[in-house]
Design a protein around this ligand. Structure first.
Ligand code: HEC
Length: 173
């Protein structure tokens, strides 16, 4: 009898713990392509900073991004399209495997979110230009799923002056 009561209490307790730990969170941890993008974004070695500087820049008025500070970096494959100043060479098309990460930092200059562009035409989440769009918070929760194929992002990134969707050159000449 006592054992039975105890197990009932244990089940109830586990349920309460489960609710407290996961039940209150409505944001979902990255998985699948989002997890892949998140892991790539967290890696900083082998990246080159835009204009060769890791200084935080003020988000521009043309930006669709709501954080005050940003900085952008390119993996080794993407960096092949940067000139000696660390800016994108006009007319470039980025090669397969390119990873471009924009870090957003909040008011206290703490890393808050990654915006990621990954050139992988054969990925099922790639858009018609072969880019996979990631929008993932620093804690690994997803801000916009890559399965949306950059919906809401690529319209703005397709504006005049873009280079294979990239806007850093236009807004930080
Ligand atoms: C209203 C316009 C707008 C929208 C919408 C927008 N962006 Fe951007 N994005 C910009 C601008 C402008 C920049 C240049 C830096 C800045 O000022 O933020 C930029 C920069 C970037 C960069 C750095 C690479 C580069 O040179 O452009 C990435 C990566 C990026 N955005 C990803 C995204 C993703 C992912 C989304 C959708 C979830 C998105 N953007 C939605 C305007 C936009």
């Amino acid at each position: 009898m006592k054992t039975k009561q105890l197990s009932g209490a244990t089940i109830l307790l586990s349920f309460v713990i489960l609710l407290a730990s996961g039940g209150c969170k409505n944001e979902k941890q990255a998985e699948g392509t989002d997890k892949l993008l998140y892991d790539m974004a967290k890696e900083t070695t082998g990246f080159t900073w835009y204009k060769k500087s890791d200084a935080l820049l003020n988000t521009t008025s043309g930006s669709g991004h709501s954080f005050p500070f940003l900085r952008t970096r390119y993996n080794q494959i993407a960096a092949a399209k940067l000139n000696d100043n660390g800016q994108i060479i006009a007319g470039s098309t980025f090669p397969e495997g390119s990873v471009i990460v924009k870090e957003f930092h909040d008011d206290s200059r703490k890393l808050a979110r990654y915006a990621i562009l990954y050139k992988a035409s054969d990925n099922s989440d790639a858009d018609s230009k072969g880019w996979v769009w990631g929008y993932i918070n620093a804690d690994g929760t997803v801000a916009q799923e890559s399965g949306k194929k950059g919906s809401g992002c690529n319209e703005c990134h397709n504006q005049s002056g873009n280079i294979d969707y990239m806007l850093m050159n236009k807004y930080f000449p």
